[in-house]
Ligand binder design. Sequence first.
Ligand code: MTE
Length: 316
Amino acid sequence: MDKISPSEITPEHLFFSRRQFLTSIGALVASSVLFSACKQQDVLSDTVTSDGCESAYASKSTDELGDDLTPCQSIINYNNFYEFTTEKEEVAYLARDFKTTPWTVKVGGLVNKPQTFDMDDLRRKFPQEERIYRLRCVEAWSMVIPWLGFPLAELLKEVEPTSKAKYVSFETLYDPEQMPGQNNRMFKWPYVEGLRLDEAMHDLTILATGIYGKSLSPQSGAPIRLVVPWKYGFKNIKSIVKIDLVEEVPVSLWMAAAPDEYGFYANVNPNVPHPRWPQSSERRIGEVSRRKTLLFNGYAEEVTHLYDGMDLRKFF
Ligand code: MTE
């Protein structure tokens, strides 16, 4: 996000006309209630790939606002994952051989029961649910994604945060041999992100392991990533290996790189312009005209109370 990449200045319709989209998504239920309609999933064996991207999926076709799901092909071919490259259209190719098994997530810091989980542990212990969320990047594009995952709160309860724990810090794998972008000295690696403990415990906050009914592919942050739908996309850290409960605000990769542009909170707010991208509107991937950005990305009812007494006009 440090500079405008060629994909950013390619008109949307040209970029997407190069992609072969599946136009029909199995639509079964038209319920407007999202969160109560979560579906238990079996352990995932299949990974999402370009072939048959949506083949296992026959759940819903819209989010709770009635917005169409973004086609799976778009979700896995237009990515921000700076560990591989800053070019959105090249991430999928460069990440194709990224090794995600075996994989462990070490959870510790200010907790009573520090533990290291492997992916099988996580899938067995925490039933996978479907959550259809809008993803809003600070670059002012957005998608609607049917994630599979489980509430982060479930994992945190398992390790028992102590009363000193105020924040949660997350880290991506550091492996410059597999992730050539980590040789880019402009950033302080590994990618780090953070949440306040109450944000982390909120039911909307999930650790995602899949999309469209299958396991995440590398470009989407396999095998496990954070999804916090009311915050800008960069908070949604990918390929997590470490989670720590801490007392002080964690300094994220973006806060370290450009503190005036990327704050800790990063709540989606159409009333607060970013120095480089207007935030009052956005382009939904696959749509021609722009749409208005919603406060907290449309989740205001669920999360506004978290920020009582705070000045939301301050950037982030
Ligand atoms: N996580 C890591 N480790 N590295 C990254 O570069 N990019 C972030 C976020 N998580 C990023 C990351 C940004 S800027 C966005 S918008 C989202 O991932 C994009 O997720 P997507 O590629 O699955 O759409």
